[in-house]
Design a protein around this ligand. Structure first.
Ligand code: MN
Length: 251
């Protein structure tokens, strides 16, 4: 039996509620979701999506489960049929809310949302950002564009993905500039309102300022990250942006 790997519990609540985090990652995902010999991942996705929709829980966790459902093999005609069927038992408005999110995940022309996002920009998406995955919630991708003189990287976030709070340090100079290239995202400095980001927006992040950046809950997002040259530059990674903070943004 191949365990389904999940670290969202520990990433988000590992310090605050270690037992809950362990039950989420090791029992719910590590044991229950992993019992593929009893029920396939596809069928488990079907049950989960229906159960969440029936409660009207169409938040970022629902979006995560819709994306998992697509990955687990549920096709566009099938999700349309599942939500239509469930609408009669769970409630019409709940199906409307669910369809709004499903439509962006199973896109009209048959290309998936990631491909559509890639086609919307001139820079590549690059490879899974495994080196920094521990500092992100959700999946991100990294494409190095310039690694000489000034480092420039295209960073792509899947919907709902964001990096942890962090600080760019340097003794002189330093900091970071973001140039938004595609999709919709957010930037927030500690103690400030979050700023919505759109293609063409530029964010100047001073040294020493605690902040995070990432995608909107319902959109892929890419920005160039430009490393401003400085002396003794380093990044200090802090706590994740928790779901309660993040889920408020689009409301
Ligand atoms: Mn940053």
């Amino acid at each position: 039996m191949m365990a389904v790997k999940q670290t969202a519990g520990r990433d988000t609540l590992g310090k605050f509620a270690p037992k809950f985090a362990q039950l989420n990652d090791d029992v719910l995902f590590g044991e229950v979701w992993s019992r593929e010999d009893k029920l396939s991942l596809r069928d488990r996705s079907l049950v989960t999506v229906t159960a969440l929709m029936a409660q009207g829980l169409t938040d970022s966790s629902f979006q995560h489960h819709l994306m998992a459902a697509r990955q687990n093999g549920i096709t566009k005609p099938e999700i349309a049929e599942i939500l239509t069927h469930a609408a009669f038992y769970a409630g019409w408005p709940k199906a409307w809310a669910a369809f709004r999110m499903a439509k962006d995940i199973w896109t009209e022309d048959g290309t998936d949302a990631k491909t559509a996002h890639a086609n919307a920009m001139v820079f590549p998406i690059g490879q899974p950002n495994d080196g920094f995955a521990q500092y992100f919630i959700g999946r991100s991708y990294l494409a190095p564009l310039s690694t000489e003189q000034v480092g420039i990287f295209n960073v792509t976030f899947e919907p709902g993905c964001r990096n942890n709070w962090h600080i760019h340090h340097a003794d002189r100079g330093g900091g970071q500039i973001l140039v938004c290239v595609a999709g919709r995202g957010w930037y927030q400095e500690w103690g400030q309102e979050a700023r919505a980001l759109h293609p063409g927006d530029v964010v100047n992040i001073p040294v020493g300022v605690k902040h995070w950046h990432g995608a909107a809950a319902d959109s892929w997002f890419s920005h160039l990250a430009i490393e401003v040259p400085g002396e003794n530059g380093s990044n200090e990674w802090l706590e994740p942006v928790n779901d309660a903070q993040y889920d408020k943004l689009d409301k």
